[in-house]
Design a protein. Structure first.
Length: 432
């Protein structure tokens, strides 16, 4: 009996030890799974649960300024800039300059270029070719800029481009769109959309988006207007539009009533009219006064708060082709539009966006090149792909002819402001 009791005691002892061993194992199990319960948001991200850094990294994603870039130091990297801040084009030139200055501020807040501050050296060319030529030489010989930006019109930009090309200094044309500018040579690139390409998009807008056929064309008689009309007419023929009237007018024209009478008699369903904001405001105001109710299609020359201010109610319903989509949710577009208005107390325009983008492209190119060597800078621009750090982008790429390929917007004036009408993203259409 004692043996049986002993055996029973031993058996019970062993069993209690086994049970104790089994009881001790559940404690690690909750230790692995239990911490996930107080962190319920992480449960849906099971792969990340084994990587605790997810929780510590999350604030960094939303609070990027926590690690502010070091302030730039050392000798500034100089970029030249010229635009018309006086004369008939002063509103455009001032917008371009202010936008370029805003871009420089943003670049320097991000740490500058190659760790050095970016400096904008700027002059007023009054949109005059002779002044632009003199400024180009001054920027090269006196100011020793590593690159330059034209924030001016096509005539002035065409005059300056050969001087920068000969000196081997990269120059970006912000919004001057004449085809001959980039044909100057391998150092000259464009930010805005080539005139003939924008004209082509204008014809596509009329014929394929608005489904209209009979067109009256009104052209401002300069490089800008003639190039746009050329692109429009070429594509109009391809898609079967009928041009029922074609007229030219000089820069600075204020009286459009005689032409409006011809448009009304022509049977046109739509007007394609090139021009700048002053001429455009007079045109649309007089057209509405004369009872011309058909759509008026403009382009980037209209793209200014001044056009809406001068035309007033007559601007309502006018549609333009442009590079800037005010309704875009792209972060850099929003940043530009909001900071420009906060800084200068007025709404931004396409001209400003193009100058802003020119600075951003040059900053990117210099950083990518790792130097201020001119050939390295243009190489970096030529290899740019899907660039988002611009207000009027994205920039998909540059062609071998140094023209940018990207979406083109059309905007309509509604309630006293430009809004998206249609965006063109077909590469075959928007590629220069």
């Amino acid at each position: 009996m004692k043996i049986k009791l002993s055996s029973l005691f031993v058996a019970l002892t062993i069993l209690s030890l086994i049970l104790a061993g089994c009881a001790s194992q559940p404690t690690p199990t909750p230790a692995v799974e239990q911490p996930a319960q107080p962190q319920a948001p992480e449960v849906t991200e099971a792969p990340a649960m084994t990587e605790a850094p997810l929780e510590t990294e999350a604030p960094q994603a939303t609070e990027a300024p926590a690690e502010e870039p070091a302030a730039p130091s050392g000798e500034p990297i100089k970029i030249g800039f010229f635009s018309p801040t006086t004369g008939f084009a002063a509103a455009d030139g001032t917008s371009a300059l202010q936008s370029a200055q805003l871009a420089v501020k943003i670049v320097n807040e991000r740490g500058g270029v190659l760790g050095r501050p970016l400096e904008l050296v700027y002059y007023d060319d009054a949109a005059k070719p002779d002044q632009a030529s003199a400024i180009a030489r001054k920027l090269i010989e006196q100011d020793k800029v590593v690159a330059a930006i034209s924030g001016s019109y096509s005539g002035a930009t065409r005059a300056a481009a050969p001087i920068f090309q000969e000196a081997g200094i990269p120059m970006l044309s912000a919004y001057a769109i004449h085809p001959e500018i980039t044909k100057t040579g391998n150092m000259i690139y464009r930010i805005g959309t080539l005139a003939t390409t924008q004209g082509r998009v204008g014809a596509e807008l009329v014929g394929k988006v608005m489904n209209l056929k009979k067109v009256a064309i009104l052209t401002i008689d300069n490089d800008f207007g003639i190039s746009l009309t050329e692109g429009f007419k070429q594509h109009a023929a391809e898609i079967g539009l009928e041009i029922v009237l074609e007229e030219k007018y000089p820069l600075g024209e204020t009286e459009f009533r005689p032409i409006i009478g011809k448009i009304k008699a022509s049977g046109a369903e739509v007007v394609y009219a090139t021009g700048y904001y002053n001429e455009a405001a007079n045109l649309v105001s007089q057209a509405r006064d004369e009872g011309l109710e058909i759509p008026i299609i403009g382009q980037e020359g209209y793209d200014s708060p001044k056009f809406i201010e001068l035309a007033g109610e007559a601007a309502e319903g006018v549609i333009i082709t442009t590079d800037l989509n005010r309704d875009s949710e792209r972060p850099m577009t929003r940043l530009f539009l909001e900071q420009y208005e906060a800084t200068y107390g007025e709404k931004a325009d396409m001209v400003g966006a193009s100058a802003f983008d020119a600075v951003m492209v040059l900053a990117y190119a210099i950083n990518t090149a790792g130097s201020t060597d001119p050939q390295a800078i243009v190489k970096a621009i030529s290899e740019l792909k899907n660039f988002e750090d611009v207000a009027s982008g994205p920039f998909w790429y540059y062609t071998p002819e140094r023209e940018v390929v990207r979406p083109i917007s059309s905007q309509i004036v509604r309630d006293g402001a430009f809004h998206l009408y249609h965006e063109f993203t077909d590469e075959a259409l928007v590629k220069p």
